[in-house]
Design a protein around this ligand. Structure first.
Ligand code: 8DG
Ligand code: MN
Ligand code: MN
Length: 385
């Protein structure tokens, strides 16, 4: 039973944060099709259409069993005309002609190729596509025009598009803990992002770091990065310091108040992770300087490049940061939308602000944030909206 259910109301609640969405669900073929169209709409700059397909897919992910007939769609929210047509096609024929055409189209394939580069967003990919660029080799030729981040992304393209396994995330967690605890033994290091939601693979590894004594965490990250670098673990890193001021940072209340970008001290990095299983007898450092945009060369090395995000939150903001960095992205978007429209509150990864009472609502746990919002608690493994 989902939160928000009434006798004659919808059987599935309207907002993704009012539903439980497990990782494994029964409508993968349907949600894959809808998410391809969401992605394609985003590549075309149609954010609204993209969101509509994402919402439809998210509703299907929360269903307890496979959808077998179109009639079952009628009580469901967020299924627009276009989504319904795609669902019908997949139910009847197993595939959607439109989706198959998109997947084969030059623009979609090129945009996929480019947006999978670390440091490349949709806007940049569109520009390159419009300039006639089509391959990674085309980008290599314009190497000097790339940002440092994009150069690193291209250099480690194959590794960074090889899923990070749970065991690798655990190894990196121990490494980050070792680094952090040298400087602050009482600090806590938490695995967030997709792995906290129960995923067995991810595109990166996300960590949230805090210390029970507020302000102790200030300056920690640069020491951690310097140590990791001295040990040869850093292939790339970009750090930002904390730019959030409490209390009542006016930024929070301005238009971008509910945005997913936050202002914590953070480091977006690429770490050099030793391979656990194979290649044990390769000479140390072999291939370490190689540019690996082609498949296969990763296996010839004793290490793998892995994207790691490190975020440091002051203790009083930790529950908000944890909720914000656990995702999924769509769950977060729905939480913020629910807070704003149903509760007149502004939620982000730093705080929760009640506009009616004109006050910040503190919380010592994620559960308390759900309580403030009048939402049933959704555990991390059910936030795969
Ligand atoms: P994956 O890596 O397994 O593919 O999935 P994920 O772990 O869910 O995605 P992610 O891209 O690593 O993002 C994890 C969460 O972090 C996501 O819900 C959004 C959240 N997040 C913030 N602030 C910021 C920010 O400033 N930048 C980014 N990239 N993510 C942020 O709360
Ligand atoms: Mn992640
Ligand atoms: Mn991340």
């Amino acid at each position: 039973v989902h939160a928000g259910v009434t006798e004659d109301g919808p059987r599935v609640a309207l907002y993704g944060c009012q539903r439980r969405t497990p990782l494994a669900h029964s409508n993968q073929a349907l949600t894959d099709a809808l998410e391809t169209l969401a992605e394609e709409a985003g590549f075309g700059g149609s954010e609204g259409r993209s969101l509509a397909f994402t919402r439809a897919a998210s509703v299907l992910k929360s269903l307890p069993g496979p959808l077998t007939s179109l009639g079952e769609l009628s009580p469901l929210p967020c299924i627009g005309e276009h989504s319904r047509k795609v669902i019908q096609e997949v139910l009847e024929d197993g595939v959607s002609v439109e989706v198959e055409r998109v997947k084969l189209s030059e623009r979609y394939r090129t945009m996929k190729l480019f947006t999978k580069i670390f440091g490349v967003g949709v806007k940049t990919a569109i520009r390159w596509y419009q300039e006639g660029l089509r391959t990674l080799a085309d980008l290599q030729e314009r190497h000097t025009e790339l940002t440092r981040e994009q150069q690193a992304g291209l250099q480690h393209y194959t590794d960074l598009n090889t899923p990070v396994e749970r065991s690798e995330a655990d190894t990196i967690e121990r490494l980050v803990q070792e680094a952090v605890w040298q400087f602050l033994p009482d600090a806590s290091v938490m695995l967030t992002g997709g792995f906290r939601r129960g995923k067995q693979q991810g595109h990166d590894v996300d960590f949230l770091i805090t210390h029970p004594q507020e302000d102790k965490e200030v300056g920690l990250l640069s020491k951690v990065i310097r140590w990791l670098d001295s040990q040869g673990f850093i292939l790339y890193q970009h750090s930002q310091r904390n730019t959030y001021q409490l209390p009542g940072d006016p930024e929070l209340l301005s238009s971008g108040g509910g945005s997913s970008m936050d202002r914590f001290e953070r480091c977006f990095s690429i770490l050099r992770l030793a391979r656990l299983t194979q290649d044990k007898d390769l000479p140390p450092g072999s291939g370490a300087q190689g540019i690996c945009t082609q498949g296969g060369c990763g296996a010839a090395r004793g290490w793998k490049a892995v994207r790691v995000d490190l975020v440091v939150a002051p203790f009083s903001q930790f529950p908000f940061a944890l909720l914000g960095w656990t995702g999924s992205r769509h769950f977060e978007r729905e939480l913020r939308r629910f807070a704003k429209h149903k509760r007149k509150m502004i939620l982000n990864s730093h705080a929760l602000y009640d506009m009616a009472q004109q006050m910040f609502l503190p919380a010592a746990s994620e559960e308390e944030i759900f309580q403030h919002l009048g939402l049933e608690y959704v555990p991390p493994t059910e936030r795969n909206a």
